[in-house]
Ligand binder design. Structure first.
Ligand code: SF4
Ligand code: SF4
Length: 318
């Protein structure tokens, strides 16, 4: 099988595994982005992301020596029926947290793809990356022709929207790349910037130190008062989807398949006041979900912030 045929075969296999779109790009370092990243870190934007470093992030070959091609797949996760906060009195949890943990779901799929690729082309090496390696997945996706990074910095695939996980398979085979996506179609829209409850977005830049998701998922650090107030007011207990909800490109997005992705967890539908869980309840409710990375004490802090009272008082809420 020649390189082009191998690439077509990989794309067809990945689509068969549930990825809605698949693109290919080279593993060349992102020279311009490296400078931007350095400035971004120097400005303290990565304060809550200590595991990231500019040089490493900008060079896919740091993740896998000898990597030449990145297969980038978009796996849709939103569903029309999964609307955070739609049950009266419930907390809001990001759409990506509704089904099975995406690591559990996507890693074995790409590992299976790699194993099949190695049958097709013995000796080819690869590495599966599902949000677990220091990679600029969104930049890779743009370079692989999947879409552009909107002003909120997430990947938008045109009319197909932005509700999706990006997963990457690095390969040491030099396959012909797809044409990169060179335009951006945000135009004069500022909906995400205007709607962000904590003013975390400026055009094409996100300040994680002001984003709700940072404080409800990534770090247990106390949010600045204005961000804490935004969490309380908006009711987002884990993650935040506001900038994607208001984006016009999500008017008719690609929705994920409940059969592929699993069914919603009870946490999304229960009354907020009943979610002051003990450690074993937390473990059982978050089993096989991406919420597992949020520690129990962190969850309780988030619930307290939203309900505006401490645990013993929460128990008394009717
Ligand atoms: S996720 Fe929420 S807090 Fe973060 S940038 Fe988007 S709208 Fe703002
Ligand atoms: S809401 Fe508007 S500005 Fe923001 S990403 Fe979507 S199109 Fe771009």
């Amino acid at each position: 099988m020649d390189d082009l045929a191998f690439k077509d075969w990989l794309r067809a296999e990945a689509l068969g595994l549930g990825f809605a779109r698949v693109g290919f790009t080279s593993c060349e370092p992102f020279a311009t982005e490296q400078e931007h990243l350095r400035a971004w870190f120097a400005a303290g934007r990565g304060a809550h992301l200590p595991y990231l470093e500019a040089t490493e992030l900008a060079d896919p070959q740091r993740v896998m020596a000898g990597a030449q091609t990145a297969l980038v797949g978009f796996f849709p996760y939103a569903r029309p029926d999964a609307i955070p906060g739609s049950t009266p009195g419930s907390l809001k949890l990001s759409r990506y947290l509704w089904g099975t943990d995406y690591h559990i779901l996507l890693k074995p799929r790409l590992q299976k793809l790699l194993a099949k690729a190695q049958e097709q082309r013995p000796g080819v090496r690869g590495r599966v990356c599902v949000d677990t390696a220091p990679l600029m997945e969104r930049r890779l996706a743009v370079r692989a022709g999947l879409g552009w990074q909107g002003k909120h910095t997430l990947l938008i695939m045109g009319k197909e929207g932005s509700w999706g996980f990006l997963a990457v398979l690095l390969l040491d085979a030099a396959l012909p790349p797809d044409a990169p996506f060179t335009a951006e179609h945000c135009g004069s829209c500022t909906a995400c910037i205007d709607a962000c409850p904590s003013q975390a977005i400026s055009p094409f830049q996100l300040d994680p130190n002001r984003c709700l998701t940072t404080y409800t998922i990534e770090t247990e650090a106390e949010p600045p008062p204005e961000v804490a107030a935004a969490i309380t007011q908006s009711g987002w207990a884990a993650g935040c989807d506001i900038c994607q909800e208001v984006c016009p490109w999500n008017a008719k997005p690609i929705f994920g398949d409940a059969g592929l992705w699993g069914h919603p967890n009870r946490l999304h539908r229960e009354l907020a006041s009943s979610l002051w869980l003990n450690p074993s309840q937390w473990r059982s409710r978050t089993r096989r979900t991406a919420l597992r990375r949020v520690r129990h004490r962190h969850w309780r802090r988030n619930v307290e912030l939203i309900l505006g009272c401490k645990g013993d008082e929460i128990a008394k809420i009717p």
